[in-house]
Design a protein around this ligand. Sequence first.
Ligand code: CP3
Length: 357
Amino acid sequence: MMLKNDRLLKALKREPVDATPVWIMRQAGRYLPEYRAIRAKAGAFMNLCKTPELACEVTIQPLERFDLDAAILFSDILTIPDAMGLDLQFIEGEGPHFAHPIKTQADINKLGTPDPEQDLGYVMDAVRLVKKTLDQRVPLIGFAGSPWTLATYMIEGGSSKEFRQIKKMAFNEPAMLHHLLEKLAASVALYLEAQIRAGVDVVMVFDTWGGILIPRDYQEFSLRYLQHIVQALQHHNVPIILFTKNGGQWLEMIANTGCQGVGIDWTVDIAQARARVGHQVALQGNMDPAILYAKPERIVQEVNYILNAFGDHPGHIFNLGHGITPDVDPDNVKVLVDAVHNFSSSSSSSSSSSSSS
Ligand code: CP3
């Protein structure tokens, strides 16, 4: 069966499109009153993730409001550590919390590799239900966290500002940390392969915390494992997007992993990013999510700047540089999405395939 809207897949192949595809990180989330209603009904956040009918419903919600070119599975990156037995809780106003964080080599030895259909079957069921419900309207993006980013939550026990525990392990016990990262890379690869078999059209790996590392440590502790995942998935021929937040300085290295798309945040200018990677990969990004607090004219101006700066080439997927924040007015998201389509279809920027530089 063919997708009715294949702009995202075309952009990932760096093929011309009739308008630039757009989706929003965390597009199903608390800024939508209809999400908050389902979330309240589900009680705990993880109940929402673990109930395929509810996960499916909130996955589709943003598509009913906005002319988005992709759906992203409603789930979380922390499903893998939860399945490994760390016992994930989301504490209201505080974020994720693990009852059993990783402290010692013995803790790492105890971790198994989750069987995706057994231990994370609720995710695969959600993928199958969303695919059926979407009926090929738009592609479905599956995702996972990067090994490094998952390890930060598992070792710190939750969100962190300074990453003391994991950095201490990286500096004092690097072999121990690598052992954990290897287990995570194997688990993430199996998890994404299962999502692909269940029907996702694209996969994205979120490396939210790679950007806190010393550059040579980024290569050693994060990039190496991203590379492993790309290699493990390559034979499926499903496009892979890698996103290291604050990873602008490593764009070329990320592009060289063999992925099809690279996510960029707003701390890099997209014109310079495009000049550095050329036609090798698609770029996804990169509007500052805080622009959504501005008035509509300012949002449109920023959209036009980004589309112009990317320039007259195929291979751009419009997105924010990080997740949308909970207190944004949904009407402003409509302004953004419509501006992306209007501007990119009226200019020559998306319909021309002139450049391959
Ligand atoms: O719409 C989508 O983008 C799909 C769903 C999605 C969620 N989390 C739902 C969610 C995706 C792709 C994620 C990824 C995720 N989860 C990341 C990587 C991307 C990023 O934002 O950097 C990370 C680091 C997490 C871990 C996580 N999940 C944290 C730190 C938190 C708490 C902070 C917060 O925003 O509340 C979550 C909870 C979470 N995951 C929410 C949503 C919609 C909010 C929970 C709620 O409804 O109370």
